[in-house]
Design a protein around this ligand. Structure first.
Ligand SMILES: O=C(CO)[C@H](O)[C@H](O)COP(=O)(O)O
Length: 225
C-alpha cells in the first residue's frame, strides 16, 4: 500500500489543553502534527507563533511538526520555527520576495521545505525550484479558516501537480489541506495526494481513533487499486 500520511491541524484542537490533545491525536494514529500559522496580514485571521511549537516539543511531542506559514514576509518566521523544533516548513510563493532564498533558508536550518498553492495560485511558481522541494501543499479551500468546504476543482489541480512531480522524477510529497473528510479522502488520494491535513474532521469528533481509522480504511481502497 502507498505511504499515506494523516496530519491533523491543531487549528481545531483544544488550545486550553493543547499538549494533551496533540498527544491524544497521535495516540489515535495520526502521523504528523500540522500547524496553521496565520498573521492577520497574508490571511484575515491570527493564530499562533513559534512559542507553541517549542512548548509542544518541551511537553514531549516528538512526532514531525509540519508548519504551514500563512504569513508575509516569511524568512524571520522560518528561522524562528526551525529553532522551535519544526520538521517541515512551507510558505506561499507570493508571500516571499525571494522564493529560492526562502527555500534554501529552510534547508540550511535543517528542515524539509515546501511551497503552498492557494486554489487560484498559478503552478508556474514551481518552475526552477522543483529540485529544492520536499513537499507541495495544495490548498483545497481559501486559506484563513478551518471548517470550510473542499473546493471540487482542486482535484484537477492536484492531478496537474502530480504530473509535474512525476515529470520531475523527484520524490516530492503532495499534501492537501482544507475540507478533507472521511467521505472525500479517497477521491483526493486518487487524484495524487499522499498527505492529508484534516482539522475539523478529526478534532470535532469525540473519538479521534475512529475517524483516523475510517480515513485509513478509505485510503486502503485507493492503495489497493
Ligand atoms: O489551513 C487551513 C485554512 O487556512 C485549513 O483549511 C485547515 O488547516 C484545515 O481545516 P479543516 O480540515 O477544518 O478544513
Amino acid at each position: 500500500m502507498k505511504d499515506f500520511l494523516i496530519a491533523p491541524s491543531i487549528l481545531s484542537a483544544d488550545f486550553a489543553r493543547l499538549g494533551e490533545d496533540v498527544e491524544k491525536v497521535l495516540a489515535a494514529g495520526a502521523d504528523v502534527v500540522h500547524f496553521d500559522v496565520m498573521d492577520n496580514h497574508y490571511v484575515p485571521n491570527l493564530t499562533f507563533g513559534p512559542m507553541i511549537c517549542k512548548a509542544l516539543r518541551d511537553y514531549g511531542i516528538t512526532a514531525p511538526i509540519d508548519v504551514h506559514l500563512m504569513v508575509s514576509p516569511v524568512d524571520d518566521l522560518i528561522e524562528q520555527f526551525a529553532d522551535a523544533g519544526a520538521s517541515m516548513i512551507s510558505f506561499h510563493p507570493e508571500a516571499s520576495q525571494h522564493v529560492d532564498r526562502s527555500l534554501q533558508l529552510i534547508i540550511d536550518k535543517g528542515c524539509q521545505p515546501g511551497l503552498v498553492f492557494n486554489p487560484a495560485t498559478s503552478l508556474s511558481h514551481l518552475d526552477y525550484v522543483m529540485d529544492k522541494l520536499h513537499h507541495i501543499l495544495l490548498m483545497s479551500v481559501n486559506p484563513g479558516f478551518g471548517g470550510q468546504s473542499f473546493i471540487p476543482n482542486t482535484l484537477d489541480k492536484l492531478r496537474e501537480v502530480k504530473q509535474r512531480i512525476e515529470e520531475s522524477g523527484r520524490n516530492i510529497r503532495l499534501e492537501v489541506d482544507g475540507g478533507v473528510k472521511v467521505d472525500n479522502i479517497a477521491a483526493i488520494a486518487d487524484a495524487g495526494a499522499d498527505m492529508f491535513v484534516a482539522g475539523s474532521a478529526i478534532f470535532n469528533q469525540p473519538d479521534y481513533a475512529t475517524v483516523i481509522q475510517q480515513m485509513r480504511n478509505e485510503l486502503a481502497s485507493v492503495g489497493a487499486r
